[in-house]
Ligand binder design. Structure first.
Ligand SMILES: Cc1cc2nc3c(=O)[nH]c(=O)nc-3n(C[C@H](O)[C@H](O)[C@H](O)COP(=O)(O)O)c2cc1C
Length: 423
């Protein structure tokens, strides 16, 4: 798909610049024609010569250089590109782009181009979380720029959190799917991409609650429903953070997979992604309780001890915590019940202050946990009910279907309600 694609790779001044050498290699190997533009900041982190050697083309660094302008000038370069990917995109560059500045070659190209512009932000977690950067990210999205990532985890500065640049292989995969979509004549319309520019954060799979370093308490969740929802949300145009407990299935390409074990880890990762989340979907089967004080060493069988009592303490309620948060996104919960499913689900919808709840009966072996099929009922509070304490409940019950089919129907329902709640 990248064969013959003219990619303008921009680098700004961030420590992640080294990852873009690998990105250049992947693009060239896939048959793309690559030209590289570097800000002055970027050149302090990695030498232009590296990119000249990898791309086979001279690197563009200056706007006001008569010689460069006589060669391939800035407008020509802007018109040449089929797509522009800026990786790393520094906080500074994002601010300058959001302000519509044209004070160097990179920002001028972005203003002058009619090609798609994609950005892979890379910065310290506090810089990423800063309201100014968040505002700039949203502004850039309204201009039609696509943000890839950022990832979260350990950072070069020693901090942990969101702001790491995606790995080169992940950016490459996203560029490929972007290219697939833009070469399809019908796929990029607003109606088919209702979540374009939005971020969906999902939890999926089971949690593992450690008893000791080798044992844990868990459940039968396969993660299939959550993963199918992540794929459907991605196909609806959203950037997707998939916060997953341990499962045996592959994450869909192009989603930001965050692997966790326990309920406490899952909550922490969910809160880290909250500042840029528009829709939160809690599809994970989170353990309600965990062993109090997991043993540091493997617990030994004691001769003559026929009973072992484990003391459990309650885990935090992830979806309720998110739904009560001051930066609350549109919040969707799941109710996996074995009896009186709909009534329990409605009570959970109200008690946890959710926008929607998806109820399923996990006592049936043909649907639910580990099955490829599911049957659900979606419930929500009707707007404009006479008494907000006892609102009318809206209800949607699609036919039993594969989790993939159902996920698409559910994402359509969720995005309709989300967009309606925002108007
Ligand atoms: C060692 C070091 C590492 C830096 N890493 C980053 C980074 O990862 N992301 C970022 O946004 N800024 C980072 N900065 C700050 C930018 O380099 C600085 O804001 C610069 O003005 C960016 O210029 P540019 O956006 O024109 O390339 C770093 C600075 C230093 C000294």
């Amino acid at each position: 798909m990248m064969q013959g694609c003219r990619v303008l790779l921009g680098l700004s001044g961030g420590i992640a610049a080294y990852k873009s050498a690998e990105l250049t290699r992947l693009l060239v190997k896939a048959g793309a024609e690559v030209r590289v533009v570097m800000t002055e900041g970027a050149q302090a982190f990695i030498a232009p010569l590296t990119f000249q050697a990898l791309s086979g083309n001279p690197v563009h660094t200056h706007l006001l250089d008569p010689e460069a302008e006589a060669g391939m000038g800035h407008i020509e370069l802007a018109k040449w590109a089929d797509l522009i990917i800026i990786a790393p995109a520094s906080a500074d560059l994002m601010a300058r782009l959001a302000a519509g500045m044209a004070d160097d070659l990179m920002t001028t190209l972005c203003l002058a181009t009619e090609a798609s512009v994609l950005l892979a932000p890379a910065m310290n977690q506090a810089m990423w979380r800063h309201p100014a950067t968040q505002k700039n990210a949203r502004t850039l999205q309204t201009y039609g720029y696509t943000l890839l990532g950022p990832d979260q985890g350990e950072q070069a500065c020693g901090d942990t959190g969101p702001g790491r640049m995606l790995e080169a292989s992940a950016i490459f995969a996203l560029l490929q799917s972007h290219r697939d979509e833009s070469s399809s004549p019908v796929s990029n319309t607003q109606t088919q991409k209702p979540l374009q520019g939005r971020t969906v954060t999902l939890t999926a799979g089971p949690t593992r609650e450690a008893v000791d370093p080798v044992r844990y308490i868990s459940n039968h969740s396969s993660g299939k429903m959550g993963y199918a929802l992540a794929e459907a949300a991605r196909d609806a145009g959203a950037r997707v953070n998939l916060i997953s407990g341990p499962v045996q299935i592959q994450a869909p390409e192009g989603v930001n997979l965050v692997q966790v074990n326990s309920a406490c880890d899952m909550l922490e990762a969910s809160l880290q992604h909250l500042p840029d989340t528009d829709i939160f979907i809690a599809a994970a089967a989170v353990a309600d309780y965990r062993p109090d004080n997991a043993a540091d060493q493997k617990m030994k069988k004691q001769p003559g001890q026929n009973e072992l009592v484990l003391r459990l303490v309650q885990n935090p309620d992830i979806v309720a915590t998110i739904a009560r948060h001051e930066q609350r996104p549109f919040t969707v919960g799941f109710a996996a019940e074995t009896q009186d499913v709909e009534n329990y689900a409605i009570s959970k919808l109200m008690r946890k202050n959710l926008d929607m709840i998806i109820a399923n009966d996990v006592s049936r072996s043909d649907i639910g946990f580990n099955s490829d099929q599911n049957a659900v009922t979606v419930l929500w509070k009707q707007a404009g009910s006479a008494d907000p304490a006892t609102p009318d409940i809206g209800r949607y019950q699609p036919d039993q279907a594969s989790k993939t089919t159902l996920a698409r129907q559910l994402i359509t329902q969720i995005s309709d309600h989300f967009l309606h709640s925002n108007t």
